[in-house]
Design a protein around this ligand. Structure first.
Ligand code: SAH
Length: 342
């Protein structure tokens, strides 16, 4: 068990069982959520307690195995090694509204999207709540840059690790911890319909991003195997239910792939199918992945697609590519590193 996966109430119980007074939990919680690397840093705790905690609950901070900083835009990409030797990536992006950390939720992924580097080696294991929190904490500590926004868009499918992700959100949102507002958090999913419904029940104020990437089943089946389990109509219906439950506009991600999903007819079909659903589109020019034959759309095709959506009343932004010089898209750095180790 790692103390950083516990809520403050649970931590209070652990410390109580160790014979500690009630106020200790707040102290320990705050230190842990500052990203200390050892109990020795908790200078307001008695030495005996620090030793006892270190013995029973080792902190196991992740180690930086690669760190790449973009010369163009200051984006920093970390490859962390976890205590069991597995690696995950985190990206720090510097936007005008605040520093944003993109975290991984699993080691690998089992969703099999045709364009994504994260899924090439399959799913190794799911991350524990503290391992997601650590990515935020240690990115902040290492970079010295305060983090205000989080996106769950790194390696893995967050809704395929539902309970741990929900707990992570509770931890990172807690006032005695990082206190990051739900409105500053985006969770991205490839479209696990029952889990979207479960998330809706929680009525969180986070932004739900849905990786749509295609206007219909014919195209979506070709690039996203998850569509065979949850076809696009079921997914869009779930998005409507999500909006009805939370009043939060859905953010759709759409990777623009040359000749696959980027025609004007595709944009028009999307408009028809999304009618009445408050939505926003993030158009992402495909990041080329070596192992894949898929190519990014031309600038002109992206611009035409954007205009068609906007003319149809659906706001669409073209995502600025950050960190293009440092393998910053999903799973590329981990992939490179694990292949070098073989
Ligand atoms: N599993 C989740 C979150 C992780 S991926 C999901 O599917 O949403 C984050 C986003 O990056 C998703 O929209 C994903 O489809 C997209 N993505 C993955 N590989 C990409 C690539 N090569 N180019 C552009 N976007 C990509």
């Amino acid at each position: 068990m790692n103390l950083k996966s516990l809520t403050i109430e649970e931590l209070t119980q652990v410390l109580k069982d160790m014979g500690q007074p009630g106020f200790r939990a707040g102290q320990v919680y705050t230190w842990l959520h500052k990203g200390v690397r050892s109990y020795e840093e908790m200078t307001n705790l008695p030495k005996a307690l620090r030793d006892q905690l270190a013995e029973n609950y080792p902190i196991h901070p992740p180690q930086v195995v690669r760190k790449q900083e973009s010369q163009r835009d200051g984006t920093i990409k970390y490859l962390w090694q976890l205590s069991d030797g597995n690696c995950v990536e985190t990206v720090l992006m510097r936007y005008h509204y605040g520093n944003t950390v993109c975290i991984s939720t699993e080691v690998g992924c089992r969703m099999g999207c045709a364009f994504c580097a994260s899924t090439l080696g399959g799913l190794v294991r799911r991350l524990e709540p503290f391992e997601m929190l650590d990515q935020v904490l240690f990115t902040q500590v290492d970079s010295g840059l305060p983090v205000s926004h989080i996106v769950l868009m790194g390696i893995g499918e967050p809704l395929d690790n539902f309970d741990n992700v929900m707990r992570f959100l509770e931890l990172v949102n807690s006032p005695k911890g990082m206190n990051i507002s739900m409105r500053h958090i985006s969770l991205s999913t490839c479209g696990l319909v029952p889990k979207i419904d479960e998330l809706a029940k929680r009525k969180l104020q986070l932004t739900l991003s849905v990786s749509l990437h295609a206007p219909n089943d014919e195209t979506r089946n070709k690039i996203m195997p998850v569509n065979k389990a949850y076809p696009s109509q079921e997914l869009l219906d779930a998005c409507r239910r999500y909006y009805a439950a939370t009043s939060r506009r859905i953010s759709f991600e759409y990777a623009m792939i040359d000749g696959v999903n980027d025609s004007e007819a595709d944009a028009k079909e999307l408009l028809r199918r999304l009618k009445g659903l408050p939505a926003h589109f993030n158009l992402i020019p495909l990041n080329h992945v070596e192992e894949s034959p898929l190519k990014p759309s031309s600038k002109a095709a992206v611009a035409r697609f954007q205009k068609t959506l906007e003319d149809g009343g659906v706001p669409a932004t073209v995502r600025r590519t950050l960190g293009g010089d440092i393998d910053a898209s999903c799973g590329q750095l981990r992939r490179k590193y694990t292949q070098e180790q073989k």
